[in-house]
Write a protein that binds this ligand. Structure first.
Ligand SMILES: CC(C)(COP(=O)(O)OP(=O)(O)OC[C@H]1O[C@@H](n2cnc3c(N)ncnc32)[C@H](O)[C@@H]1OP(=O)(O)O)[C@@H](O)C(=O)NCCC(=O)NCCS
Length: 197
């Protein structure tokens, strides 16, 4: 038991599909069958300039994308990381990603991240997916506090955090190393399980 109240077994992310109507949240992994190939879709996403600037994916080529999918499967197997592909409910194509991972599982502390392909932006998909996955993490895995960290200057991500009810808590100095090698300051946002939905 991690605490008297909540066991590690309770704090386990279990594979599921979340239906948001126009989009589905489906577990990333080798079994995911996106039209045109899941690895190819990941390689295309990794090449998007905004994704590579703010949320670089280790999926530059098909082999790297397959290794990425293997890591997603491992995350689901050990219950530590819940990585969902956001797919169009009508045609199954990839819209984006939302992923929840424990940063301190015993303490119920998790972090959520997201990206969208350019064609999926501007429709509220990231906000709705982030809210759905956060709520799922609280309700099914006893997440206590969920954080979002985004680079200072990533205003689109800051807006997602605000829309999802993750208030700004402060600025982390030189906290994350981005693709160019330089360290960026980040904004920390968080919501508690006890915050009203
Ligand atoms: C960050 C990112 C996911 C935000 O995408 P987004 O489409 O702006 O965010 P949402 O899906 O929440 O959509 C919000 C937009 O849709 C609009 N919208 C339409 N319907 C909406 C609805 N039902 N609910 C909320 N917003 C809605 C909002 O007005 C807003 O548009 P605006 O910014 O022009 O005002 C996207 O810019 C991205 O992928 N960036 C690159 C990767 C990245 O930065 N990831 C985060 C790293 S920390």
């Amino acid at each position: 038991m991690s605490t008297a109240e909540t066991s590690t077994d309770q704090r386990t992310f279990r594979p599921t599909t979340l239906d948001l109507g126009d989009v589905l949240l489906r577990p990333w992994g080798r079994a995911l069958d996106l039209p045109g190939g899941t690895a190819a879709a990941l390689v295309a996403a990794a090449a998007d300039p905004e994704i590579s600037r703010w949320n670089p994916l280790r999926a530059a080529d098909p082999a790297a994308a397959e290794a990425y999918l293997d890591r997603c499967d491992t995350g689901w197997t050990d219950g530590r990381t819940a990585a969902f592909a956001i797919t169009d409910a009508a045609d199954g194509t990839l819209c984006g990603n939302v992923a929840l991972r424990w940063t301190d599982r015993e303490d119920g502390l998790a972090m959520v991240g997201y990206w969208l392909l350019p064609t999926a932006r501007g429709r509220g998909i990231a906000s709705r997916a982030t809210t759905a996955v956060t709520r799922w993490g609280v309700e099914t895995a006893a997440a206590r506090r969920i954080e979002i960290a985004h680079a200072v200057g990533n205003d689109a991500s800051c807006s997602v955090a605000d829309r999802c009810g993750f208030p700004y808590e402060g600025t982390l100095r030189a906290s994350y190393r981005y693709a160019g090698g330089e360290y960026n300051d980040e904004h920390l946002h968080a919501r508690l399980a006890t915050d009203p939905w």
